[in-house]
Design a protein around this ligand. Structure first.
Ligand code: 5GP
Length: 121
């Protein structure tokens, strides 16, 4: 797959506000936050979309969700609540083709999460 901006962040070729790293994942602040807390939890493995997740990636994907809960507890918003979102493809508005779990917190988030663009459709 084509290299994305997230691969460059993993390799420290471009800067990011990194809050957590281990052997298989990286967490950093979204550059355009949609909530007081907006983190991106990514695997270091390059996987373009949810459609490209293979059977052997199951533990890795579980790791991303486990990490979301750990971060929520550590950062103190686990009890208040938060949202995790992984967009897939054009209709979901995916813009970076390296899977990432958005972790949004710090205010009531509302539901459904329509964007203006979707409302017009
Ligand atoms: P998507 O729309 O693909 O689900 O989410 C991509 C996210 O990556 C967006 O929320 C966008 O703000 C974020 N993003 C795009 N480029 C960069 C970057 O260079 N650095 C950081 N930290 N976030 C980025």
């Amino acid at each position: 797959m084509a290299e994305t901006i997230f691969s460059k962040i993993i390799k420290r070729e471009i800067p990011a506000d990194i809050v957590y790293e281990d052997d298989i994942s990286l967490v950093f602040k979204d550059i355009n936050p949609q909530a007081p807390v907006h983190l991106l939890i990514i695997p270091k493995k390059e996987i373009a979309t949810i459609n490209d997740i293979s059977k052997e990636d199951r533990e890795l994907i579980g790791h991303l969700y486990w990490l979301a809960g750990e971060l929520a507890r550590d950062m103190g918003f686990a009890e208040d609540g938060y949202r995790t979102v992984m967009n897939c493809g054009e209709n979901a508005g995916q813009t970076v083709f390296h899977i990432h779990l958005h972790l949004l917190a710090g205010k009531p988030l509302g539901w459904p999460p329509y964007t203006d663009r979707m409302k017009q459709a």
